[in-house]
Design a protein around this ligand. Structure first.
Ligand code: NAD
Length: 470
């Protein structure tokens, strides 16, 4: 069982090149993350490749037991992991935040361990016999972003190791310690060489990881521009890819809703993790007949959710994780204000403060083509667009190049499902947004990426299908 101090000491760089990791709530230094070089990466991939055959040779049951023991280790050090995550990422300990994320790691790991993926008999008609196996690919390269640095790492690691692959994972630069700490705790239970970490800049280490010929599959979660670079870098070795990229999720509120009843769901759909969530609600289209009531109910809920330092118990929203993201949100809200849109709440950050806090912001009566609507803000600023014609709202929801998630809000489930069928997104939630589940596949449409994670589909994605016939 680790304490915050022992965990930090285990992952802090002892020598060599380092990167300063800053607490986004205070601007203070948390620790020094290692910055590895491409030679170290190459050695590490060799080590992962050497360990892979023995890991694959274990029975499925043996690997599943190791995964449960790794989940036990996370549970034993959960408080230490949550504190490090809160300090480094900024998200509060409470609410759907740091403790929730660490708990999610346990849940996803156990579900990936327990999801059955039997050999499929494809044809057995007396003359032909064919069956489909899911074999290991080899070494999986995993690259994570900074918003959910532990949970997304588990999404990549858990199915990969279940299927007999070993893993080399590279966390994002500004949340390296969280990724390294999670792996260090899991490695208290896993055999040597199965789960390996490397830390350094994406353009150098991430790129070299994708290009290495011993990497059979890359699991990437991050921005669409980086995803496109990874597609190019993967071409040389025809490396398999799962790409979970950026989104700009639309929510459509139909005229029959009860505004007060949906306010909480809308709020957390948009503002979970202070809006820094790939499948958060980022554009809300509300029918004119309920528009003012929905805006008022949302504002009434939002103004009572405390934002502040994540280590203080009462807070449910934290700062933005880094300065670059603060500046993106600030620029987009300023563009909305300049266009004459109505600021219902927030929109007035303290730009000289030490932490990267951007207040909870609701912007109403905004032009559907404003930058705050059509660009991914990835922060706590929700544009609320008024519509009168549902077809027009659906067309606007579908008008962007991305399509990760979406939602429809209505008391008439049949009607909501019909609207959902017209939306171009990997997932459409009804009367909720962003509710991912380890049993249910998740992936993007259009430039939000390809490939699916979670559930049986997620296991298949990190396997080499092989037909055995005859
Ligand atoms: P990013 O693309 O800048 O970085 C993601 C990771 O890629 C980091 O580890 C980075 O070091 C690495 N990287 C950067 N350049 C690379 C390269 N050339 N080759 C290989 N790796 C490279 O994204 P970010 O700023 O960390 O995350 C925010 C973005 O991620 C948002 O757009 C968000 O929507 C998206 N996101 C998507 C999902 C999803 O599931 N679809 C989940 C979380 C975040």
């Amino acid at each position: 069982m680790d304490t915050y101090e022992s965990l930090l000491a285990a992952v802090t760089a002892k020598n060599g090149k380092t990167n300063e990791v800053i607490d986004p709530a205070t601007g203070e230094l948390i620790g020094l993350a290692p910055v590895h070089g491409v030679d170290e990466l190459s050695d590490l991939i060799d080590k992962a490749a050497a360990a892979q055959p023995a890991w694959a040779a274990l029975s499925d049951d043996e690997r599943r037991q190791y995964m449960h023991r790794a989940a036990d280790a996370i549970e034993a050090s959960a408080e230490a992991l949550a504190e490090l995550l809160s300090r480094e990422q900024g998200k509060p300990l409470n609410g759907p935040n740091a403790r929730f994320e660490v708990g999610g790691c346990v849940g996803w790991l156990r579900t990936a361990a327990d999801t059955p993926l039997p050999v499929e008999t494809l044809v057995d008609d007396g003359t032909t016999y064919a069956e489909l196996h899911y074999r290991p690919i080899g070494v999986v390269g995993a690259i994570t972003p900074w918003n959910w640095p532990m949970m997304i790492a588990i999404w990549q690691i858990a199915p990969s190791i279940r299927m007999g692959n070993t893993v080399v994972i590279k966390p994002a630069e500004t949340t390296s310690l969280s990724g390294l700490a999670l792996a260090a705790v899991m490695n208290q239970a896993l055999p040597e060489g199965v789960l390996n970490t490397i830390s350094g800049p994406g353009s150098v280490i991430g790129d070299a990881l994708v290009r290495n010929a011993k990497i059979g599959k890359v699991m990437f979660t991050g921005s669409t521009p980086t995803g496109k670079k990874i597609i190019e870098a993967s071409a040389g070795n025809v490396t398999r890819l799962t790409l979970e990229l950026g989104g700009n999720d639309a929510g459509i509120v139909l005229p029959d809703v009860d505004p007060t009843a949906i306010a909480e769901g809308l709020f957390w759909g948009a503002f979970i993790n202070t809006g820094q969530t790939c499948a958060a609600l980022k554009r809300l289209y509300v029918h004119d007949s309920v528009y003012d009531a929905v805006v008022d109910a949302l504002a009434d809920f939002a103004r009572n959710v405390p934002m502040g330092n994540g280590l203080e118990d009462q807070n449910a929203l934290g700062p933005l994780q880094n300065k670059k993201q603060f500046e993106i949100v600030d620029r987009l809200v300023e563009s909305a204000k300049a266009s004459g849109a109505r600021v219902v709440l927030g929109g007035n950050p303290e730009r000289d403060a030490k932490g990267y806090f951007y207040p909870t912001t609701l912007i109403a009566d905004i032009d559907p083509q404003n930058d705050l609507v059509i660009e991914e803000q990835f922060g706590p600023a929700l544009p609320i667009i008024r519509y009168t014609d549902l077809d027009e709202a659906v067309a606007q929801a579908n008008s962007l190049e991305v399509g990760l998630g979406a939602s429809v809000w209505s008391t008439d489930i049949k009607r909501a499902r019909e609207v959902a069928s017209r939306i171009q997104a990997g997932t459409v939630w009804i009367n909720a947004h962003g509710m991912v589940d380890p049993r249910v596949p998740f992936g993007g449409a259009k430039q939000s990426g390809y490939g699916m994670e979670f559930g049986v589909e997620g296991l298949k994605a990190v396997s080499q299908p092989q037909v055995v016939s005859g």
